[in-house]
Design a protein around this ligand. Structure first.
Ligand code: SF4
Length: 436
C-alpha cells in the first residue's frame, strides 16, 4: 500500500514554495497525501526561525506530530534544521534537511530508512548555487508561488535569514519561463514571484538580468493572467522599474514594500539600506505609475532603543504612505545577530502596546483604501468555496472579496458593494457591465 505523507509549513512564501516542491517529489515517488485528520506515515515539518515565535511554533509542530503518531517517521526541514543541525536528532527525526538538497528529500529519507540510520543533510551555504526545485502545479491551486531567488547578502542587524539561507543566488530566465509554462498548462491563473531578497534578483548571474526581466519572462507565457510580486525594497523602485512594470498589463498593482521602521534613526540601527525619504519616493513612483496601487508592508516595533518619539514617527509615516495592509511584528531578538546584544531591549508590555497602536492605524488605513474601491467592478480570481455556499477570491490589489456565486479558478467581474472587517463583499456582474 502507498505510504502517506503530510507537510506542516511555517514561515514565509519561500518556505511554502519549498514545501510544495518537496511534496511533489514525494508524490512522484508513489507516496500519497494523508487525508485531513488521518495519521500519516511520514511527517515533514518545514521550519522557520525568523522570529522567536516562528521557532517556538516549529518546535511545537515537531512535538505535536511525535505525540499524534509515534509510529510515523519525522523529517525536519528548513531554516531551523539549517541552524540547529544534528542537535535536532534528539527529537527522533529520521532526516534533518537544511535549506539545500530539498530536491533529494525522498532519496535521503529512503536511504536513512534502508540503512536504519538518521541522516543530517545540512550543507555549508558559502558556495551554494540556486537549487532548481521545479513545481508542475499538479496539486491544483489557482495561485502559484514561484521562487526565483534565494538568500540575502545584506546584514540587517536583527535578521538571522542570511545565516540560514546563505548569499544571493537566482534562477535563470530560461528556468523561470519553463516553470511558468508548466504552471499555465496546469491551469494556474496567477503567479506570485517570490524570493528571500527579491530585490537582488539576477545580481549573481553573469549577464545580470533584472527583476523586471524576470517579470517580463513570466508575462510572455500564454495562459498566465496575473503576475504578482513578493516583497520589494525601495532601491529597486527606480523610474525605469516603475515604467517597465506599468507596461506589463498582467502585473497586479499590489506592491509589498518592506518598511520595518518609519524612523531614520531606527532604520540606521537596523542597517537598512534606505531612509524614509527614499522609501517615500519609491512609494510615490508606484502610486503614480498605478493609480490604484495597493501598498503593503512589514514593520518591526520595539526595536532596541526605540523611543516613543521614534515609534510616533513610524505611526505618522505609515499614514503618509497610506498602506493598504501593515504586517506588524514585535522585535524578537535572534541569538547571534547584533540587535540581540544591543542595549535597551524594550519590555514585552511596551512592544505589545506599540503593536496594538500600529495595528489600529493599519486597520484605519486599510478601510480607507478599500473605500476607494467601493462600487467599482474588479476582476476577482475565485479561489475557494466556503461553508454556506459563498465564494472567496482576490482582486488584483489583493483585497479579499466574498460573493454569492462563482467558479473556482475563474477570474470573474464583481461589483464591490460593502466593506467587511478585512476585505469586501460584492456581486457578480455580467462581463458587459465592467466599468471603473
Ligand atoms: S534584507 Fe535584511 S531583513 Fe531582508 S532577508 Fe536580508 S538581512 Fe534579512
Amino acid at each position: 500500500m502507498a505510504k502517506t505523507v503530510r507537510f506542516f509549513t511555517l514561515g514565509c512564501k519561500v518556505n511554502q514554495y519549498d514545501s510544495e516542491a518537496m511534496l511533489e517529489r514525494f508524490l512522484e515517488n508513489g507516496y500519497i497525501s494523508a487525508k485531513q485528520g488521518a495519521p500519516a506515515d511520514v511527517y515533514v515539518v518545514n521550519t522557520c526561525i525568523v522570529t522567536g515565535e516562528g521557532q517556538r511554533k516549529s518546535m511545537q509542530a515537531v512535538r505535536r506530530f511525535g505525540r499524534l503518531n509515534p509510529g510515523g517517521e519525522l523529517i525536519i526541514a528548513g531554516c531551523l534544521a539549517q541552524n540547529k543541525g544534528e542537535a535536532l536528532l534528539e527529537t527522533g527525526a529520521r532526516l534533518i534537511l537544511g535549506t539545500q538538497r530539498r530536491g533529494e528529500v525522498v532519496k535521503l529519507f529512503e536511504q536513512a530508512i534502508m540503512e536504519n540510520a538518521r541522516i543530517v543533510a545540512v550543507e555549508s551555504l558559502s558556495r551554494a548555487a540556486f537549487e532548481p526545485l521545479n513545481i508542475s502545479g499538479h496539486l491544483g491551486h489557482t495561485r502559484a508561488l514561484m521562487k526565483i531567488q534565494e538568500g540575502c547578502d545584506n546584514r540587517c542587524t536583527y535578521c538571522i535569514v542570511p545565516v540560514v539561507r546563505g548569499g544571493i543566488r537566482s534562477r535563470t530566465l530560461d528556468d523561470i519561463r519553463g516553470e511558468a509554462r508548466a504552471l499555465a498548462e496546469a491551469g494556474f491563473k496567477e503567479i506570485v514571484l517570490t524570493g528571500v531578497h527579491l530585490t537582488s534578483y539576477g545580481r549573481d548571474q553573469k549577464d545580470k538580468p533584472s527583476l523586471a526581466d524576470a517579470v517580463a519572462a513570466v508575462a510572455e507565457t500564454g495562459g498566465i493572467e496575473r503576475i504578482r510580486l513578493g516583497s520589494l525594497e525601495p532601491p529597486v523602485v527606480t523610474d525605469a522599474f516603475a515604467d517597465t512594470m506599468r507596461a506589463i498589463p498582467r502585473l497586479c498593482p499590489q506592491f509589498h514594500l518592506a518598511l520595518q521602521s518609519g524612523s531614520d534613526e531606527v532604520l540606521c540601527r537596523m542597517k537598512r539600506r534606505y531612509n524614509t525619504a527614499q522609501f517615500l519616493s519609491a512609494a510615490e513612483k508606484l502610486q503614480s505609475a498605478f493609480p490604484d496601487a495597493a501598498l503593503t508592508t512589514d514593520v518591526i516595533v520595539g526595536f532596541p532603543g526605540e523611543t516613543e518619539e521614534e515609534f510616533s514617527q513610524t505611526l505618522a509615516f505609515c499614514q503618509t504612505v497610506g498602506f493598504m495592509k501593515i504586517h506588524v511584528f514585535p522585535f524578537s531578538p535572534r541569538p547571534g545577530t547584533p540587535a540581540a546584544d544591543m542595549p535597551v531591549q524594550l519590555p514585552k508590555h511596551v512592544k505589545d502596546e506599540r503593536v496594538r497602536r500600529l495595528l489600529a492605524v493599519g486597520g484605519r488605513l486599510s478601510a480607507a483604501y478599500r473605500k476607494r474601491l467601493l462600487h467599482t467592478v474588479q476582476p476577482v480570481l475565485i479561489e475557494e468555496k466556503r461553508r454556506g455556499g459563498a465564494y472567496a477570491g482576490f482582486t488584483p490589489q489583493y483585497v479579499q472579496v466574498i460573493c454569492e456565486g462563482g467558479n473556482i479558478g475563474e477570474i470573474l467581474p464583481v461589483r464591490l458593494s460593502e466593506l467587511t472587517k478585512e476585505g469586501m463583499r460584492g456581486e457578480l456582474v455580467n462581463t458587459i457591465d465592467i466599468r471603473r
